[in-house]
Ligand binder design. Structure first.
Ligand SMILES: NC(=O)c1ccc[n+]([C@@H]2O[C@H](COP(=O)([O-])OP(=O)(O)OC[C@H]3O[C@@H](n4cnc5c(N)ncnc54)[C@H](OP(=O)(O)O)[C@@H]3O)[C@@H](O)[C@H]2O)c1
Length: 253
């Protein structure tokens, strides 16, 4: 039996792309998944796709850019499931453009990217940790970052996206250190850095011809990243793979 079977996983951004693939793979392995997203109905559709899996996917409508929304979802999780064993911080977005464009629209995009990719991830981690620690069971936090968490191609034109991913990678180490200081050696944390993955992220960023973009670069599929998550979860409890970078063959960065 899969060692996390019967455990509770929270996957943020489970309504699409990488998060949907992770939620489905965990359910196929007998894990109970709570998928957080603004489009909870999409999470329900994904749950229906794997309705015969040994683990079930439940949805909770959540705006990761809003701390009150995060607190609401975790309160519901605590009441309904009583614990969390796995947190996959996957929700994220990015926009293209120039930092010094002073339009209100650009200000909104910059703030939204920071709020969801970084600030929200800080708060989901704090909320999940509270429920993980209370169980005195094994736990794992996986932060879906990006290969842009260490390099920034020139010219980036991707606003604050790479900066938020640098921050996620740095935060992963801060979480690891806090776990040591808190003497909680049953919980571990990993940073997962994917290269380009064919999802809806480019279309959501407002780029026209997303199909052509994906044809022009070497890219991965969401399942490739989900398998990386399963690998991280498969490691023995005393082994912490702190960093997993997954690039498509041919990646130039
Ligand atoms: N695709 C790539 O090339 C690539 C490469 C490296 C890293 N990543 C990272 O992988 C993660 C997943 O991205 P993806 O490629 O799978 O993109 P995607 O298909 O666009 O999915 C993004 C997910 O994030 C959720 N999300 C966005 N804003 C949210 C908010 N305010 N509140 C709650 N959920 C929110 C979306 O849910 P709702 O819209 O329903 O809220 C959706 O489920 C992101 O962190 C991204 O930075 C992607």
């Amino acid at each position: 039996m899969y060692k996390w079977a019967g455990k509770i996983a929270v996957v943020t951004g489970a309504s699409s792309g990488i998060g949907a693939a992770i939620a489905k793979d965990l359910a196929q392995n007998g894990v109970t998944v709570i998928g957080l997203a603004r489009r909870a109905e999409k999470v329900d559709e994904i749950a229906a796709e794997v309705s015969s899996a040994p683990g079930k996917i439940h949805s909770s409508k959540c705006d990761i850019g809003d701390i009150n929304s995060i607190k609401g979802s975790f309160k519901w999780i605590e009441e309904k499931f009583g614990k969390v064993n796995i947190l996959v911080n996957n929700a994220g977005l990015g926009y293209f453009g120039e930092l010094f464009d002073m339009s209100e629209e650009q200000t909104r995009k910059i703030n939204q990217t920071i709020d969801v990719n970084f600030t929200g991830l800080v708060h989901t981690t704090r909320e999940a940790f509270k429920l993980m620690k209370a169980t005195d069971d094994y736990g794992m936090i996986i932060n879906v970052s990006s290969i842009l968490d260490t390099v920034i191609p020139f010219p980036s034109k991707s606003l604050v996206y790479p900066a938020t991913k640098h921050a996620v990678r740095a935060l992963t180490e801060i979480i690891r250190q806090e776990l040591i200081l808190g003497k909680t050696d049953k919980i571990k944390v990993s940073n997962l850095s994917p290269g380009v993955v064919e999802t809806n992220i480019v279309e959501a960023a407002g780029l026209e011809n997303a199909d052509q973009f994906y044809k022009s670069v070497a890219c991965l599929q969401p399942k490739d990243i989900s398998e990386g998550v399963l690998y991280l979860l498969s490691t023995p409890h005393n082994v912490n793979v702190t960093q997993l970078t997954i690039k498509p063959v041919g990646e130039k960065l």
